[in-house]
Each structure stands twice: as C-alpha cells, then as structure tokens.
Design a protein around this ligand. Structure first.
Ligand code: KG4
Ligand code: ZN
Length: 340
C-alpha cells in the first residue's frame, strides 16, 4: 500500500489530503478543506491577493494536523502531489512550492497534477476506485465547462468547451445581480427548489449548435434585461425564487442535453459529471431522469468531492504512482494548463 500527500490551492480553497493506494484502488485516509468563502464574500468574488495569504496561513498547520490525524510522518510518504494548473497563478504557486519542498525533504517522488483531471477522477473516489474508462466527462465548475472524451487514463480528447462564461460563473454572476451572496450557485440552488421553472423563458444558448460547445453570456444578458424590466423581482421572495428556478433550468437543460448527446455519439454508456456545479440538485435530478430514459449511466460524487479538494488531486497522483510515472520535480505551475 503506497502512501501519498496531496495539496490543492488552485483558487480559494486550501485543501490537504492523505491517501493510500494499490492497483486500481484508492482510499482517502484524511481530507481537510479550509474554505475562504467568508473572506471573499464582501468583495463578491475571489480576490487573488487574499487567497494567496490564506493559503500561506493555513497550509502548514493543515499538513501537520492531517499527518497527526492518521499517525504518519513525512518519512512514511511514497509521493507528494500538488495542483499544477489551471487556476490562479499566485494561489497555485503556494501549494505547488510547498508540496515540492516537502517532496525534496522527504526524498519522495513529486507529481504536478492537472486540476481538471482531478475533477474527472472525483466521481470514483467514494467507491475507493480509480476511474473506469472509456467514459465521457462533463466538468462543470466556476472556471470551466468542458466535455471530454476519456479513452483511458491520460488519454483525453476535448469534445467541447464554453465559448465565454463557465456554468458556475453564470450562476455566480446572475446571483450577484440578484443581490445573493457569493458564491451564487448554492444560493440559487436553494431558492430554485421553491420556484417555478416556467415563470421566465430564458435562452438555451447553443442547444442546437450541432457541436459540444457552450455559451452562457447570452443568458446573463437576458437575465440582466429581464431584471431591468421587472425590478420587483428583487423585492419579492416568490418572484426571486421563480427567477432563480427559471435561469437554473436554462443552464441545466443545456448541460444535460449536450452531456447525454456526447455520451451517445462517443458510443459510451458511462457519463461522469464533476466540478462544483455538479452539486446542483436540479442538475442531478435532470441527469437521473435522462439516464433512466436513455440507458446512459451518470455518475456523480458527493458534494465534498465535487467542489475543489485535495483528495481528487491525490487520486490522479496515486494512479500515476502505481503506473510507475517518474517524478515531476522540475515542472512549474501553469495557470492555463489544458486537459485536452
Ligand atoms: O469546482 P469548484 O469548487 O471550483 C472551480 O474549480 O471553479 O466550483 C465552484 C463553482 C462556483 O461557481 C459555485 O457557484 C458552483 O461551483 N456551485 C454550484 C453549486 N455549488 C457550487 N452551482 C450550482 N449549484 C450548486 N449547488
Ligand atoms: Zn475546480
């Protein structure tokens, strides 16, 4: 059984995980996530400078306390991993340099992991498994909306991406217009459950584009125009809930239809959905309905592995370690790192 320490600091969550792994298996022995949401909320979004300071403040005590939680020392580690990108440059640098230094001092291999690959691995962590392939992966987060055809570990082809805003970004921006706190996704999710999806007819951009790309900026503009014409929405709880339900439905419908279409076209019966937006209850419900109808298995993880966390970074690194991949000690962070 190999032992690994993983660190994730690509944006505004500081996360540390300890994992053990064997061939095809992975177990999360400890996971800590320090959320910075309260620090960024007054600014309505992530402030990179603040994020960097918080990572610096929390990382060392979190590594020490996870190690003591499971009774390991640095000498027990077989590998150390950290997120290499994509993400905020200064945030990435903190976790990456910290992990790199631990790897050197503990004389272990080091892996720089693609954050998006971490999301792709996340739906399998709870079952203690490394991913099944082939699959189609829909990664929906605050920074990304991508459909990936994953043939095998490390062999990925991008089917489509967003041409403007990511789905999570659309949730956050529209929520901000509505005066809801950051991050908007979970707030809209809660309100939408009480609202009427048919109250507003928002555009389903690129639903019939014939490709697997997405666009959410038209929805944002449409929501802004609707609000200008109906400012009472901001003062009426019921209307606010209807507004949330309606625009959430527009995002959900496009994600589900394009996700299912991609699975069919690639000839696969497994579709994984990951990233922060995959926490969305209506999205899960809509995928479950489509999955039952269309014979495609849709796999999600629990919310703790859906939003940014170090366990998903560790799961990719365990796979590489078991496959005997060499150390990445000389690589650097890449804020624009691509998955495919
Ligand atoms: O994966 P993640 O934690 O960070 C990135 O890699 O971006 O995703 C964060 C995003 C935010 O935009 C947040 O609003 C969204 O995920 N999100 C949700 C929900 N929970 C988080 N969006 C819709 N419904 C939710 N329940
Ligand atoms: Zn993420």
């Amino acid at each position: 059984m190999k032992k690994l320490l993983a660190i994730e600091t690509s944006c505004d969550e500081t996360s540390v995980a300890l994992l053990t792994g064997d061939s095809g298996e992975v177990k999360v022995e400890a996971l800590q996530v320090s959320s910075q949401i309260d620090k960024h909320r007054p600014f309505g979004g992530v402030v990179p400078e603040l994020a960097t300071r918080q990572h610096l403040l929390h990382l060392d005590p979190m590594v020490r306390s996870t190690l003591s939680e499971v009774g390991w020392s640095l000498n027990d580690l077989d590998a150390v991993a950290a997120t290499r990108g994509p993400g905020l440059n200064s945030s990435l640098l903190i976790g990456f340099s910290f992990a790199n230094a631990i790897a050197v001092s503990a004389d272990t291999v080091f892996y720089g992991i693609n954050h998006l690959e971490g999301h792709l691995y996340s739906p399998f962590i709870e079952q203690g498994q490394l991913p099944e392939f082939p699959q189609v992966a829909l990664i929906v987060s605050g920074g990304h909306t991508q459909l990936i055809h994953a043939e095998s570990a490390g062999s990925y082809r991008r089917l489509g991406t967003t041409l403007d805003d990511a789905a999570g970004e659309a949730f956050d921006k529209i929520a901000k217009m509505l005066g809801l706190p950051y991050p908007g996704g979970p707030e809209v999710d809660k309100r939408a459950a009480l609202g009427n999806v048919k109250a507003w007819d928002f555009p389903r951009s690129m639903l019939h584009s014939g490709d697997f790309n997405f666009s959410f900026s038209g929805l944002k503009t449409s929501a802004r125009t609707a609000l200008q014409k109906a400012p009472e929405v901001l003062k009426d709880e019921g209307k606010l809930n209807d507004f949330c339900a309606s625009f959430q439905e527009a995002i959900v419908e496009v994600l589900v239809k394009k996700g299912m279409k991609a699975a069919h076209e690639c000839g696969h019966t497994l579709l994984t959905v990951s990233g922060g937006v995959s926490c969305n209850k209506r999205l899960r419900e809509a995928f479950a309905e489509a999955s039952a109808k269309e014979g495609v298995r849709c796999l999600f993880s629990s919310p703790k592995f859906s939003t940014d966390n170090a366990a998903m970074i560790g799961a990719v690194a365990i796979d590489r370690l078991m496959g005997g991949a060499p150390s990445d000690l000389d690589v650097d962070v890449d804020p624009n790192l691509k998955l495919a």
